[in-house]
Design a protein around this ligand. Structure first.
Ligand SMILES: Nc1ncnc2c1ncn2[C@@H]1O[C@H](COP(=O)(O)OC(=O)CCCC[C@@H]2CCSS2)[C@@H](O)[C@H]1O
Length: 373
C-alpha cells in the first residue's frame, strides 16, 4: 500500500510544512533529506525497504544518508562464500547483509557514507545523482579530480574507486544507492573481501574488484560529516528544497509502521545465506595418516543455502565406508553453515561406539568441512 505523501504523512509532519495544493506542485518543490541515527546495517536497509514500499515519491524525492558499523554488504544475487572471508568476519564480528539491489560486494564501516536517492521510476537517474555528488565534492575541495564511470563508479584521480553503485527499480518507485569512501579501513576491507574458499561453481553475480582510496587521504578536512553536509546542501540546492537534515530512528514504528519486522527479515539466515543462487563446491583437503598425507575429496551441491548432495570421499583404510556414508547422509538438507555442522556431527558422534581413534578422525574431518563453510 502506498501512503500518500500529502496525507497524514509522518515525513510531512517532520518537515513541519504544509503540502502545496496541486496547482503549486511545479513551482513549490518538495523533497526530504533524512539521516539515520542507527549504525545497524539491517535497520538501515529496512528504512530503504520501507520508503520503497510505502511512500509516494511523486514530486517528493528523498535523499537518505546512513553509515554502518563494520559490515559486508552483498548484492541480491551473490554468493557470500565466493565474495568474502566469512570465517574472518565471524571472528571479527563483522555483519553480513544481503541487500535488495543487485551488483557486487562492498565493505562498510563508519568511515563509509551510504547515500540513497529515492525517486519515482520515471525520475530515476543515476548519472544525475553521481554528478550531484561530484559537484558537492568540488564545492568543498575544488582540486579534487573525481569522475563518474560508465558503470557508475566514482573514481578519484582517474584510478581509485571512492564510490560504488547499485539500484532497485520497483513498479512505481526506484532507488539508487551508492557508497562514498571517506575514512574506511582499507586493509581490513581487502582482507574481508578476499574469499579463501576454493572450488565454488555458480551463476551468482561476481563483484568487480578495484583499487580503492579514501577521500580523507587526499585531504584531511574531508571528514564524513563535512561530506554528508556538502552532499545534503547540493541536493537541497538542486531540488530547491529546505536543506535541513532530518534525523530518523529506524526503530521508530510511529514513523515507519512495520519497520522492525522488515529489519528482522533482512537478518534471517534464509535471506542472507538462503537466497544464494544454487552452487557446487568441489574441493579437497589433506589429513595426516601417521607419517603420510591423505587427500580427502569433497563434492557438495547447495540450493537455498542447504546441502542437497554431499560426497566426502575418504580412503577406506582411514575411515570405514559406512561411517563415511553416515556422515554424508547426515548433511543432507542441513544448512551449509559451521554452526549446524557442529551440531549435526556432535549428535552423530553420540550414536557411535566408543572408539577414540574414530572420534579423532571424525573430529578432524568435521573441522576441515567447517573450514569450507
Ligand atoms: N565501500 C566501498 N566503496 C567503494 N568501493 C568499495 C567499497 N567496498 C569495496 N569496494 C570495492 O568495490 C568492489 C566491488 O565493486 P562492484 O562494482 O562489484 O560492486 C559495487 O560497487 C556495489 C556497490 C553497492 C553499493 C550499495 C550502497 C548502499 S548498500 S551497498 C570491491 O571488490 C572493492 O574493490
Amino acid at each position: 500500500m502506498l501512503i500518500p505523501f500529502s496525507l497524514k504523512n509522518c515525513f510531512q509532519l517532520l518537515c513541519n510544512r504544509k503540502v502545496p495544493a496541486a496547482g503549486f506542485k511545479d513551482t513549490v518543490k518538495n523533497g526530504l533529506i533524512l539521516q539515520s541515527i542507527s549504525n545497524d546495517v539491517y535497520q538501515n536497509l529496512a528504512v530503504e525497504d520501507w520508503i520503497h514500499d510505502h511512500m509516494n515519491l511523486e514530486g517528493n524525492p528523498i535523499l537518505f544518508l546512513w553509515r554502518n558499523s563494520p559490515s559486508v554488504v552483498i548484492g541480491r544475487h551473490q554468493n557470500p562464500w565466493q565474495e568474502c572471508n566469512l570465517n574472518l568476519m565471524r571472528k571479527e564480528g563483522v555483519k553480513l547483509a544481503r541487500r535488495r539491489s543487485g551488483g557486487g560486494t562492498v565493505y562498510h564501516d563508519m568511515g563509509n557514507i551510504n547515500l540513497t536517492f529515492f525517486t519515482t521510476k520515471s525520475k530515476y537517474d543515476r548519472m544525475e545523482n553521481l554528478k550531484l555528488i561530484v559537484q558537492a565534492l568540488n564545492t568543498v575541495q575544488p582540486q579534487l579530480d573525481v569522475q563518474a564511470t560508465k558503470r557508475f563508479d566514482l573514481l578519484l584521480d582517474g584510478q581509485f574507486k571512492i564510490s560504488g553503485t547499485a539500484s532497485k527499480i520497483g513498479r512505481t518507485t526506484a532507488y539508487h544507492h551508492c557508497t562514498l569512501l571517506c575514512n574506511t579501513d582499507g586493509a581490513f576491507l581487502s582482507s574481508l573481501l578476499n574469499s579463501p574458499y576454493q572450488g565454488i561453481k555458480s551463476n551468482a553475480t561476481t563483484s568487480i574488484p578495484s583499487l580503492v582510496k579514501n577521500l580523507l587521504e587526499k585531504d584531511s578536512t574531508l571528514t564524513c560529516e563535512v561530506l554528508m553536509s556538502a552532499v545534503a546542501a547540493e541536493y537541497a540546492a538542486y531540488h530547491r528544497i529546505d536543506g535541513h537534515i532530518h534525523l530518523v530512528d529506524p526503530e521508530d514504528e510511529t514513523l515507519f509502521p512495520g519497520i522492525n519486522s522488515k529489519a528482522k527479515d533482512l537478518q534471517t539466515w534464509e535471506w542472507v545465506y538462503g537466497k544464494t543462487p544454487k552452487f557446487t563446491v568441489n574441493t579437497s583437503f589433506n589429513v595426516l595418516d601417521g607419517q603420510s598425507c591423505l587427500e580427502i575429496k569433497v563434492h557438495i551441491d547447495i540450493k537455498n543455502g542447504r546441502i542437497q548432495i554431499c560426497n566426502i570421499e575418504v580412503p577406506e583404510h582411514w575411515l570405514p565406508l559406512e561411517v563415511c556414508e553416515k556422515l554424508n547422509s547426515c548433511f543432507i538438507d542441513s544448512k551449509f553453515c559451521p554452526v549446524e555442522t557442529t551440531m549435526l556431527t556432535s549428535i552423530l558422534l553420540r550414536t557411535c561406539p566408543q572408539d577414540h581413534e574414530l572420534y579423532k578422525k571424525w573430529y578432524i574431518l568435521c573441522e576441515k568441512i567447517k573450514g569450507i563453510m
